[in-house]
Design a protein around this ligand. Structure first.
Ligand SMILES: Cc1ncc(COP(=O)(O)O)c(C=O)c1O
Length: 384
């Protein structure tokens, strides 16, 4: 029996989990105010960088006493700066529930050679935060981009903790509420929920994190791009737009355009609502299907940005090959680009549902996933 392809297609087939879809209506003309060919240390450049910091604070409700810095090397750069600058002063707990969190474990255990307590949950689950000792420094990822799970809230983190909480929030920031009083370091990059460009990281520090920076010197050397203090004092300029090295003013302009779009639609509540609606469109679709399921085991910790799906049909014998073929078919049809699961994650699909994605596009994609699944199963039958 010939399969019939769905009639409607997503207008924008970009469902990649990073770089993610640009803001609705984006065009390069929107970047015409970028001060290209000018020094980032000229007044115009510094003003742009400061505006990016100020709008970030405004939209994310970052407390006035927290520092916000634009740093090199995207989210990875921001996390590495924090790990290498802050850890070693007290015992450390590393929490991981997917590949990026595992990467931070490797860094801390194998590179910094710290005797950290490591707590891991399998893909689809999350470490029970009630078991964590927050008297230690705790490193974790708020949203597991490659597993589709997130920390539900900060309730398990004591406000009066002795350790620092260092949180990689790159696929959470701008789509989830972050409890600032429970977080000492928050990092993210621009290419996720706001659809910005890669290469630049944002590093947010609580007063306690700054206190650690000013009172503790790690036993290992720090390269220039990690250094946040001079003579035992925080280099405040970094957190006012005087970046450590040269940023791309085109990317800064692009971030500003995205931030202003975010403000124009209603700020953080509107961004969260868009992301939640996108994720709900997927979960509504799969709810009554027995051939596909959420990789996230518990709806309470299921992500609203990186929704990861697995195929559960018993006729599938090689899960990785099947999922790859489905993702390839979706791409070939031009209905979903970059929708395959992350290379280290269990086989399946990963549909980015951040705020720049339109819910109508997610809805339009769903019948195509069913179509590609059925085509895959038919191919299996023919090959048998
Ligand atoms: C949770 C998480 N951490 C870190 C990274 C790395 O981010 P970047 O490439 O911006 O350094 C990613 C990228 O997808 C991520 O999802």
């Amino acid at each position: 029996m010939a399969l019939t392809a769905p009639a409607a297609r997503p207008v924008n087939p970009r469902f990649s989990s990073g770089p993610c879809a640009k803001i609705p209506g984006f065009s390069l003309d929107m970047l015409s105010d970028a001060p290209l060919g000018r020094s980032h240390r000229a007044a115009v450049g510094k003003a742009k960088l400061k505006e990016a910091i100020d709008l970030t604070r405004d939209i994310l409700n970052v407390p006035a006493e927290y520092r916000i810095g634009i740093v090199p090397a995207s989210d990875t750069g921001a996390v590495e700066m924090a790990l290498w600058s802050l850890l070693g002063a007290r015992p450390v707990e590393m929490l991981a529930w997917e590949s990026f969190g595992e990467g931070w474990v490797t860094d801390v255990v194998k590179q910094l050679k710290l005797d950290a307590t490591v707590r891991k949950a399998p893909y689809g689950g999350i470490v029970d935060l009630a078991t964590v000792d927050f008297a230690r420094d705790v490193v974790f990822t708020w949203n597991g981009t490659t597993s589709g799970v997130r920390v539900p809230d900060g309730d398990a983190i004591p406000a009066d903790r002795a350790g620092l909480t260092i949180c990689d929030a790159t696929s959470a920031a701008f789509a989830m509420d972050l409890p600032w009083d429970k977080l000492d370091v928050v990092t993210f990059s621009w290419q996720k929920v706001l659809g910005g460009e890669g290469g630049h990281g944002v590093l947010i520090l609580s007063p306690r994190a700054v206190e650690r920076l000013e009172s503790y010197t790690p036993a290992w050397p720090l390269p220039k791009i990690f250094r946040m203090t001079k003579g035992g004092k925080l280099i405040e300029g970094i957190f006012q737009g005087e970046t450590i090295n040269t940023p791309s003013m085109l990317c800064v302009e692009d971030y500003l355009v995205a931030l202003k779009w975010a403000q124009s639609i209603g700020g953080l509540p509107a961004l969260i609502a868009r992301s939640e609606a996108n994720a709900a469109a997927i979960r509504d679709f799969i709810a009554d299907k027995d051939w596909i399921a959420d990789l996230a085991a518990d709806p309470a910790t299921a992500s609203c940005t990186s929704v990861c799906l697995k195929f559960t049909d018993p006729r599938i014998t090689d899960g990785a090959a099947f999922a790859k073929a489905v993702a390839k078919r979706l791409e070939k049809e031009g209905v979903a680009l970059d929708a395959g699961a992350y290379r280290d994650a269990p086989p399946g699909l990963r549909i980015w549902c951040g705020a720049t994605v339109e819910t109508a596009d997610v809805q339009a994609l769903m019948p195509w996933i069913e179509y590609a699944f059925l085509a895959g199963v038919e191919a299996l039958a023919q090959a048998a």
